[in-house]
Design a protein around this ligand. Structure first.
Ligand SMILES: NC(=O)c1ccc[n+]([C@@H]2O[C@H](COP(=O)([O-])OP(=O)(O)OC[C@H]3O[C@@H](n4cnc5c(N)ncnc54)[C@H](OP(=O)(O)O)[C@@H]3O)[C@@H](O)[C@H]2O)c1
Length: 361
């Protein structure tokens, strides 16, 4: 099962909103087949491992998520397992997808296959935390990413932020973009940086790009809003409130290939909770938020963030007016501060990446 969990990571940049799944076929204590879910819409891990094994009659199958029994984008894995003549199935975690939960194991048991769940369950739940979170809460897992100097500034006092970190850290940032279903920035960041928000080099799918513009103040010449050639491929979602844009402007956005979502007006900013609900309906299970400080502050203050990726450059920017990653009101009491856990560290050239999960009590 540990090997199956390792194999599952092969799908990190290509399977969301599906979960990461790995599978191993073993006979007499020897591995005879390996597989993982490679891409959304592609074969499931069990089928890949059975194909790799060739003849799997009488063998055991280890899989990190319960085998499915429903017709989704691919035929049910329970059928493939029965056809292959597998004797025992070990799986790590149940699939919270209501179409799946428990059905596969039931069908297999009815056909006299021995099925055992819960092997390395904790590890499997941790590996697919965003998927389980999305299924349970009907809201995307929010990963907040920023690049800052060692003294905790995301831009200079003059507002410059490109680029604080070096090439290796930025490439890692692009790999985070490939993992998620959508990427979002605040209105000020869209204005200041004119970002494209696509993973580069372009490989595989392009996540949905979410552009906040409550007051309809973003100029049409921004890369994110312009016609598709400048904007790159992939879907874009423009989020505003009714009446903030003229009909003509909304029409122009639509002709540029931008989808529009109008949310009810709300004092102080867009209703981010409502926005996350809408994104979940669009099958957005993981959302990467790339700043700025005000947006990050609003999300975190309202318990709408699950993970942090902080890139840290060996630089000092200084300046009282220079922004730090999390703005807004903050937490006036230490007791109220957000606790993070599972902090991991990666060295990327001269920079560091610190990642951690947020523990909301
Ligand atoms: N180093 C980095 O990693 C990094 C990353 C991103 C940005 N930056 C830098 O950060 C700066 C921009 O950050 P910022 O803090 O000024 O602005 P921001 O967070 O990018 O945008 C804030 C704006 O977003 C809009 N908004 C809509 N709904 C909101 C809500 N519920 N909560 C909060 N904001 C909402 C508001 O504009 P409306 O009032 O019009 O709705 C608000 O003024 C730039 O200098 C940029 O270069 C650095």
């Amino acid at each position: 099962m540990a090997e199956a969990l390792e194999l599952a990571l092969g799908g990190l940049e290509s399977v969301s909103p599906n979960p990461l799944v790995g599978a191993v076929v073993a006979r007499g204590g020897r591995v005879i087949g390996r597989g993982f879910h490679r891409r959304l819409g592609g074969p499931h891990a069990e089928r890949e491992a059975l194909r790799d094994a060739g003849n799997a009659r009488g063998a055991d199958l280890y899989v990190t998520l319960e085998p499915c029994a429903h017709h989704g984008k691919t035929p049910p894995c329970s059928e493939a397992i029965l056809e292959a003549g597998i004797k025992r199935v070990f799986f790590a975690a149940f699939d919270p997808n209501p179409a799946a939960r428990g059905r596969g194991p039931r069908i297999l048991r009815q056909a006299s296959v021995e099925v055992r769940g819960g092997l390395l369950r904790k590890e499997a739940l941790a590996q697919n935390a965003p998927y389980f979170f999305w299924r349970k809460n009907r809201r995307p897992w929010v990963l907040l990413k920023w690049a800052m100097s060692l003294d905790g500034k995301i831009a200079t006092a003059g507002g410059e932020s490109q680029w604080i970190t070096g090439a290796k850290a930025r490439a890692r940032g692009h790999s985070l973009r490939r993992r998620v279903d959508a990427i979002m920035v605040g209105t000020e960041t869209a204005l200041a940086d004119d970002p494209l928000l696509t993973p580069r080099p372009a490989r595989g799918r392009t996540p949905l790009r979410v552009i906040l513009d409550r007051r309809g103040r973003l100029p049409m010449k921004l890369k994110l809003l312009s016609s598709s050639r400048v904007a790159g491929r992939g879907r874009r979602l423009y989020v505003s409130v009714p009446g903030a844009n003229s009909v003509r402007r909304l029409g122009k956005l639509e002709r540029s290939g931008v989808e529009i979502l109008l949310l009810p007006p709300r004092a102080g900013g867009l209703d981010l909770g409502l926005l996350l609900d809408e994104l979940s309906k669009l099958e957005i299970s993981q959302l990467l938020v790339e700043g700025g400080a005000e947006l990050a502050g609003a999300l975190l203050k309202n318990s709408m963030g699950q993970e942090i990726a902080a890139f840290i450059a060996p630089k000092i920017l200084g300046g009282e007016g220079a922004l730090s990653p999390v703005g807004g009101e903050g937490f006036s009491k230490l007791q109220e501060s957000l606790a993070l856990s599972g902090m991991r560290q990666e060295t990327l050239g001269a920079d560091l990446l610190l990642s951690a999960r947020i523990d909301f009590s």
